[in-house]
Structure formats: C-alpha cells, structure tokens
Design a protein around this ligand. Sequence first.
Ligand SMILES: NC(=O)c1ccc[n+]([C@@H]2O[C@H](COP(=O)([O-])OP(=O)(O)OC[C@H]3O[C@@H](n4cnc5c(N)ncnc54)[C@H](OP(=O)(O)O)[C@@H]3O)[C@@H](O)[C@H]2O)c1
Length: 278
Amino acid sequence: MSSDNLVYFLGAGAMAEAMIKGLLEQQVLPREQITATDIRPGRCLEIAEKYGIATECQATAERLAQATIVILAFKPKDLASALATYRAYLHEDQLVISLLAGMPTQQIGQYLPEQTPVVRAMPNTAASVGLAATAICAGQHAKPEHLALAETLFAAMGIVQQVAEPMMDAVTGLSGSGPAYVYLLAEAMLAGGMAAGLDGSTARALTEQTLLGAARMLQVSDHTPAELRQQVSSPGGTTIAGLQALTEHHFTEAVQDAILRATERSRDLARAATFGTN
Ligand SMILES: NC(=O)c1ccc[n+]([C@@H]2O[C@H](COP(=O)([O-])OP(=O)(O)OC[C@H]3O[C@@H](n4cnc5c(N)ncnc54)[C@H](OP(=O)(O)O)[C@@H]3O)[C@@H](O)[C@H]2O)c1
C-alpha cells in the first residue's frame, strides 16, 4: 500500500489486533503507518508493546485527524459514544471502514461528518495469519476508488469478496462467525481422538493437519465438497461408518442452522441499531 496511507484503529480488541498483526506480518504497511486507540489505557500499552505501533489514549486522539483510513473496530453497541468522542478529529477526506457486525452504513453515516465515505467490511480473525475471508460493500459516499482501497487492504490479509450490503448479515453468519464453528469441530475431533485412545498432543497434531489438508483440498480441487466426500467414503468402510454417526446426529442441519441463526442475530443487531434499541 502507498506510503501516503495512515491507518487508524478505533478500538484495539481481538479483531483490530488480528488485522494489525496481519498488516505487519504480510508487510502491507510499516508500523509507522498504523495507530490505534482503545478506551482501556492498559490495552493501548499492550498493543504498543507487542507490535511497536503508536497508540493514543482516547482523550488525545490527535493523530486521528491525519489518518487516511479510519477503521471502526469497537463493538456495535459503542457506536454512538465512540463517535461522539472522535467526531471532532474526523473529516470527509478520510475513508471510514466499519467492521461493526450488523450495523448498516447508513446508520454509521449519521455519526460522521457529512459526505464521509464509508465501506463496510466483515473480515474474520484469520486476518492475523494472512488467511482472512473478508466481504466488503460500499456504503454512503463510497466511490469505486474507496472500495478499491479497502479491497487492497483486506486482500493483503486473505481473500476479499464484494457483496451488496443486504448480504452482509449472511456473510457474518458464514465467514465472520465461521472460525468458531471450525474450532468447535476441532474440539470435538480432539475429544473423539482421545476417547479412541490417542494422547492429547498426537490427537491435536492430527486434528490440525486434517483440517488444514481438507481445506487445501477444497481450495485446489475441481471437485465439489460432496464429490470429495464421496471419493473417501467407500461402501462398508471406516469413513462411511463415521459419516453415518454424523448423519444420525443431524450434523448438516446443525451447521446450516448455526449459519442461519448467526445471520438472524446480525439482522437483529441491524434492526436494533436502526430503531435505537441496541
Ligand atoms: N472478533 C471477530 O471475529 C470479528 C469478526 C468480524 C467483525 N468483528 C467486529 O469487529 C468489532 C470489534 O470486535 P472485537 O471482537 O475485536 O471486540 P473486542 O475484542 O471487544 O474489541 C473492542 C475494543 O474496543 C474498545 N472500545 C469500546 N469503546 C471504545 C471507544 N469509545 N473507543 C475506543 N475503544 C473502545 C473495547 O473496550 P471495552 O472492552 O472496555 O469495551 C475493546 O477493547 C465489532 O464491531 C465486531 O462486530 C469481529
């Protein structure tokens, strides 16, 4: 990214940290071009020490005015109070990228100086290892060049898909929340391996590599997930016996339901934001 870009994180929690780590490790930006603030001074110190970036306490966020890209990385419930604090440092020449789950860009625009371009993004925490799945959409006043800038930023930390804003709730349900579903699967595989007699470290190593290998196969193969599954499920074999147990426990329906429920929760957050009940 160009040396003109100064990125400023408002909120330095889990998602901001994943992005800061990804930006530095993937050499998208040098540390001098990244600043963060957080309501908790201790968190500012921790992030500054860990990544060598500048942090400012909330009351004196002066570098914010010089930022070219401002990333909203606090929780949706903190939108009004946070932007009341920072609005004085914000202006329409900055690109605001919102990570806030379920928060429509129109709602965010109400707390920003008029004409400020807003791009909404839904990354996931795999940004910290350069493997995020991010969806972005243009919000109020965002021009193609703003979307392109956001795409460059997130493409350096994984893959980026452009979607229409109404699809952002589904993205949140699938890839925003998705890492947690996979961690739960990993927990279950680990426990299953140990119940079958393996020691913990062997079960963990085999679980990790199995997930990694299957994900890579999905990525590089021309086959659909269903075809890949059928290829390894010979009749009367071991895999088909395992799959049968998953079917008996309604595995497919459970995963689909998880995505639909997380999508609905994102829609609830959007409704609450619109009607001021969050
Ligand atoms: N985590 C994910 O996987 C993920 C994925 C996609 C999108 N997101 C979105 O990313 C955003 C951040 O999520 P997160 O998981 O990183 O949350 P988090 O870990 O709770 O981080 C948010 C941080 O912002 C701080 N904060 C609150 N008000 C603030 C203010 N006025 N100024 C500065 N900092 C303030 C919080 O402090 P306190 O804790 O004291 O309130 C906290 O340290 C959310 O909007 C979420 O929807 C998260």
